[in-house]
Design a protein. Sequence first.
Length: 110
Amino acid sequence: MNAKSAAPPARARAGTETAAPAYRGDKEALLKRLRRVEGQVRGVERMVDEERYCIDVVTQITAIQAALDKVALGLLDEHARHCVIGGGAGKQEERTTELMGAVKRLMRHG
């Protein structure tokens, strides 16, 4: 069995339904973008192994952070449209609070 097939299945957080994720339609594009980020991280690893100039390494790390931010913002956009707006009036307040918590965590990383 390879590492990809050994991965545990995704689980919903406690108290959330197991509806299809908002990004389901863009899943392949999302995975492609994440694989690109993974390649960038491997590149930084090589740079460190090769003892490249510190500022060059930091520049690449900054690019990785920007790429991950773009992925996160896209996911948050899909969540807002699919799960908050399209989630029904009974859940909008709770999901808006959840969304804003995620935005705050994303903004704090820097």
